[in-house]
Design a binder for this molecule. Structure first.
Ligand code: FEO
Ligand code: CA
Ligand code: CA
Length: 601
C-alpha cells in the first residue's frame, strides 16, 4: 500500500513555515505568507495569499504623504496625522492618469476612505475603542485619522509604488476641509447651525465606508455610521428623527464632543443632519471643494455604486447598513454625455430616489420617494423634498420598503448588467422576510437582481439569491470547506469574475478568518465561493478594486488586531516591529507570472 499523502493542513503548514522564513530574511518586501489553494478557514497574524500571486505594501496608517516616512507611535499631534495616511482604510477607487500603448496602467490616483479608529491599538492608555480616554490633542488626532486620502501611485520596475509629495495628494477628515451641501435639502432649516446659518457648508466628513466612482472621474464617498460621532440626549421632534439614525440618546464611540460643540447634540441639534450623505470628490482637482449630494438621501450609506440607464441617466445604488434597513436607487433627471465629462459634476443634484420593495414572487419594485406623491405629504409630516431626504428612513418605511439584513455593498456585472447586493447578517430578526427565509440570518447572503429590459432605470427587477452564507449544516448553500459568511464588499474583474470580501467578527463556535473569495455567478459552480486570501487577525479586507487593465487588485486591510490592545496586539502586521502597532494598510496583489489577475484562477 502506498504511503498516505500528507494531510492538506500539514502541507499548508509546511508552506507557511517556508514563507515565514523567507519573510524574516526580508526577501519579500513586507510580511505575507503563501499557502496553496484551498486556504485554511482560520486566520493568524499574517496575510495569507495563494501561491502564484504576490502582494506589495503601498501605504499604511501614519505614513507621511509628503515623503513616505512613518510617524512614531502613538501619533501625538493632529497636524502630523493630517499630513499622513489615515486609519482604517476602506473603499478604494482607482482613477487612471497614464497608460502605455497596450492599455497597461502606469500611473493613477487611489481615492481611499478611512472609516473609523481603534484607539485601543493606536495609543497605550485609551482603554477602549468606545469613548476612549484621550487628551484633547489626542482627540484631534482621532478626528484627523478618519475621512479620506487621495494618493498618486505609479508603476516602478514592475511594482506599484506611492508617489510621495504628489500634487494630487489630499486628506479629508472630521476637521475639514469645508464641504458644500447641494441638492434639494441644501439650505434647509434643519441643516442650519450656529457655525453655518446658511445650511450649505459643513466641516469635513467621517464614517466613510464604501463608495463609488462616476464615469466623469469623481469619487463618491459614503457616510455610514455617523451616530458614532455624536454625543448627547435630546427630547422632542429632532430627537425622534435622530433616534432613527441611533443618535438621540447614546454616548458616542468618538469622544469628539469634548473638543468641539458640533458633536454634542444638545448644543448643536442640527449638526447630525449634515452627515449621512454621499460626498462627491474630484480627485483630479485638489482645490475643488467636495460636495454632499443630498438628492441621494440621508441614511447609513454603505456604498454609492454608479451605472447608467439605457438612455444615459446616472444610477446610484446604495445599501443602508443596519439590520432591518433598506436598499436604495437614485436615477438622475438628466443624462450623462460621455463627450462632455466635465458636465457630470452636478448631475447628482436632480433626480428620483427610490427604495426597494421585494415580493415573494421574485419581483422587485422600486418605490419612489417624492414629496407630494402617495403618503409622502404634509399629513405624514413632510413639507418638502428636503424633509424627505433628511429623514429618508422614515419616508422609506411609509412607502413599504422591505427590511433587509444589513445591506452593504452593491456591485454590477460588466458582462450581464446584473446587480449583486451583499447582505452581511441579521442577528435579531425572528421572522422570515420576502428577501430571506432564514431567521436569524447569522451568516448573511448575496442577492442577484436582474433589471427588466436590462435597464437600470426600470421600475421593476427580478431577484434571486446567489449565496446563502455559511456551511450547509447552518443553512448555507455552499459545499465544501471554503465557505464564505458575512459578505460585505465586492468587485468584478474585467472577465466578469466576481470577488467578495467577508466582515465577520471572531466567533467561539468556529475558526473563521476574514478574507477575499472568488464567487462564480454562472455555470456549475454558481454561488460556490472559493477562498482566495485570508487577512491578519482581527482585520477585514475592504474596497477590492481592479485596475482597468485587469492586472492588479488593490485591497484595503482594515483594523488588523481589532479586539486586542496596544500592549498585547494579536498581530503587528505589516511591520512586525515592537515599536509599531498593527497598521491598516493598502496592498496591491498581482500574479507572479505577469498575466492578468484572474488568468487561470
Ligand atoms: Fe462600514 Fe457597512 O461596513
Ligand atoms: Ca463595509
Ligand atoms: Ca463592514
Amino acid at each position: 500500500m502506498p504511503p498516505s499523502p500528507p494531510h492538506l493542513r500539514e502541507l499548508v503548514h509546511r508552506q507557511l513555515g517556508r514563507r515565514q522564513f523567507i519573510g524574516a530574511l526580508g526577501v519579500i518586501g513586507f510580511n505575507y505568507q503563501h499557502a496553496p489553494l484551498p486556504l485554511p478557514q482560520s486566520s493568524n497574524e499574517h496575510l495569507l495569499i495563494p501561491k502564484g500571486y504576490k502582494a506589495t505594501r503601498l501605504i499604511s496608517w501614519g505614513d507621511r504623504l509628503d515623503n513616505g516616512e512613518t510617524l512614531t507611535f502613538p501619533v501625538n499631534y493632529a497636524h502630523e496625522q493630517l499630513a499622513s495616511f489615515g486609519y482604517n482604510n476602506d473603499f478604494i477607487a482607482f482613477h487612471l492618469l497614464e497608460s502605455d500603448s497596450s492599455g497597461r496602467a502606469l500611473r493613477g490616483l487611489l481615492s481611499v476612505n478611512h472609516e473609523y479608529t481603534n484607539p485601543s491599538l493606536m495609543t497605550p492608555h485609551a482603554h477602549s475603542d468606545h469613548s476612549p480616554h484621550l487628551s484633547p490633542e489626542e482627540i484631534k488626532v482621532d478626528m484627523a485619522a478618519v475621512g479620506h486620502s487621495v494618493i498618486e501611485v505609479s508603476r516602478v520596475s514592475g511594482e506599484w509604488q506611492v508617489v510621495w509629495g504628489s500634487p494630487y495628494q489630499r486628506r479629508l477628515s472630521a476637521l475639514g476641509p469645508i464641504i458644500e451641501i447641494s441638492g434639494p435639502a441644501a439650505g434647509h432649516p434643519r441643516l442650519q447651525t450656529s457655525a453655518d446659518p446658511t445650511g450649505t457648508q459643513v466641516i469635513g466628513t467621517f464614517s466613510n465606508c464604501a463608495g463609488g466612482q462616476t464615469p466623469w472621474g469623481t469619487t463618491l464617498i459614503a457616510e455610514e455610521n455617523i451616530n458614532q460621532g455624536f454625543y448627547g440626549r435630546l427630547e422632542g421632534d429632532e430627537a425622534e428623527s435622530h433616534r432613527l439614525m441611533d443618535i438621540a440618546d447614546q454616548s458616542s464611540r468618538h469622544p469628539w464632543h469634548l473638543v468641539d460643540d458640533r458633536f454634542h447634540i444638545n448644543r448643536e441639534p442640527h449638526e447630525p443632519n449634515r452627515f449621512g450623505w454621499v460626498v462627491e470628490l474630484d480627485p483630479y482637482d485638489p482645490q475643488r471643494a467636495p460636495v454632499k449630494r443630498t438628492a441621494l438621501g440621508r441614511f447609513k450609506h454603505e456604498c454609492a455604486t454608479c451605472t447608467l440607464t439605457k438612455d444615459g441617466r446616472v444610477v446610484i445604488y446604495s445599501g443602508d447598513d443596519q439590520e432591518g434597513e433598506f436598499l436604495y436607487r437614485f436615477v438622475s433627471a438628466k443624462p450623462y454625455h460621455p463627450e462632455d465629462p466635465k458636465a457630470g459634476w452636478g448631475l447628482l443634484d436632480e433626480g428620483t430616489l427610490s427604495v426597494a420593495h421585494f415580493k415573494e414572487s421574485g419581483e422587485l419594485e422600486w418605490r419612489p420617494l417624492i414629496y407630494g406623491e402617495g403618503v409622502l405629504t404634509s399629513e405624514s409630516g413632510f413639507q418638502s423634498q428636503g424633509d424627505i431626504l433628511i429623514d429618508t428612513r422614515r419616508a422609506a418605511r411609509l412607502v413599504g420598503a422591505t427590511p433587509l439584513d444589513r445591506p452593504e455593498d452593491v456591485e454590477i456585472s460588466p458582462k450581464t448588467g446584473k446587480v449583486y447586493v451583499m447582505l452581511t447578517q441579521s442577528k435579531s430578526r425572528r421572522q422570515v422576510t420576502p428577501a430571506c427565509h432564514r431567521a436569524p440570518n447569522l451568516y448573511g447572503h448575496i442577492l442577484e437582481l436582474t433589471p427588466l429590459g436590462n435597464d437600470h432605470g426600470a421600475r421593476g427587477m427580478e431577484w434571486t439569491p446567489l449565496v446563502l452564507g455559511g456551511p450547509s449544516q447552518e443553512g448555507g448553500t455552499q459545499r465544501g470547506e471554503g465557505w464564505i459568511k458575512n459578505p460585505d464588499n465586492g468587485a468584478f474583474d474585467q472577465e466578469g469574475g466576481f470577488w467578495v470580501t467577508a466582515d465577520a467578527k471572531a466567533s467561539a463556535k468556529e475558526s473563521f478568518g476574514n478574507g477575499l473569495w472568488r464567487c462564480p455567478v454562472d455555470g456549475d459552480k454558481r454561488g460556490q465561493a472559493i477562498r482566495f486570501c485570508t487577512v491578519p487577525s482581527g482585520s477585514e479586507p475592504c474596497g477590492p478594486c481592479f485596475t482597468p487593465d485587469g492586472y492588479t487588485l488593490f485591497l484595503a486591510i482594515q483594523h488588523p488586531g481589532e479586539g486586542s490592545s496596544w500592549s498585547l496586539p494579536t498581530t503587528r502586521w505589516p511591520d512586525f516591529r515592537s515599536d509599531r502597532p498593527p497598521r491598516p494598510t493598502l496592498i496591491a496583489i498581482e500574479r507572479d507570472d505577469g498575466n492578468k489577475f484572474n488568468h487561470t484562477y
